[in-house]
Design a protein around this ligand. Sequence first.
Ligand code: COA
Ligand code: MG
Length: 293
Amino acid sequence: MTDSAWVLRSLLFVPGHRRDMIAKAAAAGADAIILDLEDGVAPAEKAAARRTVAAALDGPLPEHLVVFVRVNSTGSGLLDADLREAAGARMNGVCLPKCDTPADVQAVAARLLTVEDRLGRPRGRLRILALVETARGVLQAPAIARESPRVWGVVFGAEDFTADAGLPRTREGGELAAARTEVGLAAHAAGVEAIDGIFADFRDEPGLVADTAAARRLGYTGKTVIHPAQIAPVHRVLAPAEDEIAKARRIVDAFAQAEAAGSGIVVVDGAMVDRPVAVRAQRVLARAGGAGA
Ligand code: COA
Ligand code: MG
C-alpha cells in the first residue's frame, strides 16, 4: 500500500519500551500504530525503548499496518540517538512532537535521508507526522504543513497545547476550538491529512465519540488513540454513514449525467447540486472506499 492510499482513521500510541503492548497494538485493529519514544517513556527507559522498537520494526507486523515512531523533539538532545538506534525496516515514518517551526520539519527531513541510506530504502519515502501541540506550533501550522513533501499529516495535540497555552482541559473541549480549527485548515491548505489528538479518559466512550465528532466537523479525518477500546468508536464516527454514502452516490451519478448532457446544475433530493457539492460527494465515496481497504 503506497502512502497516498493510506486512510488512517485510528493511530494507536503504544509505549516503546513495552514489547507485550506492541504485540497487542499490532493486532488491535488500528489503521496505524505509533511506537512512542517520547512522553510515554520515562528518561530511564529511553535506551531500552529504542532497542525494543528496533526489534519490533524488524519483526513480523501485519502487512497493512502503517507504523510510525514518535521520536523525541528536535530540542530534546535525544533525536539523533532515536533515529540511529530505533529506526528499522518496517517503519513508514516518524511522528515529530513539539513541532513548533518549519525548521523542526527540515531538521528531521534531512536526518531521514541518512536513515533511508542506512536502511537501503529509496530516498524521500519516510513520512513525517507533525505533532503541533504548542501555541507557537499552532501559529506556524500552515508553514509546518507545507514545509516538506514528507509531511503526510498534521496532528493537533490538545493535551500539550492546553498545558503550553495555559488553558483548562475540559471534557467538552470548547477551549480547543480556535486552535483545532486553525490546524485543520492548515493541513487542508497544504493538502495533507488533519489528525486529531488523543482523548485521555479511555473509559468514557460517549466523551470520546463526542470529541471525535467535533474533530470530524472541523475536517479531521483521523484520530490518535491510547487504548484498544477507543479504536472501534473512532472508526464508527469517522467512517461515512450508510445514508451519507448512498446520497453521495446519487449526487455523483446525477452530476455526471447532467455534465454529459451539457449542464453544470442538477437537483438531487430537492436540493441544488453543482460542482462543489459533487466534489464533496466524491470525497465521501473516496473515504468510504478507502477505509479498511
Ligand atoms: N497498546 C496496546 N495494548 C494496550 C494499550 C495500547 N496503547 N493500552 C492498553 N492495552 C492493553 C493492556 O495491556 C491490556 O492488555 P491485557 O488485557 O492483555 O493485560 C488491555 O489492553 C486492557 O488494558 P486496560 O487494563 O484497560 O488499561 P491499562 O490500565 O493496562 O492501561 C494505559 C491504560 C492508559 C496506561 C494504556 O492504555 C497506555 O499505556 N496507553 C498508551 C499511552 C501512551 O502511549 N501515551 C503517550 C501518548 S499520548
Ligand atoms: Mg505530549
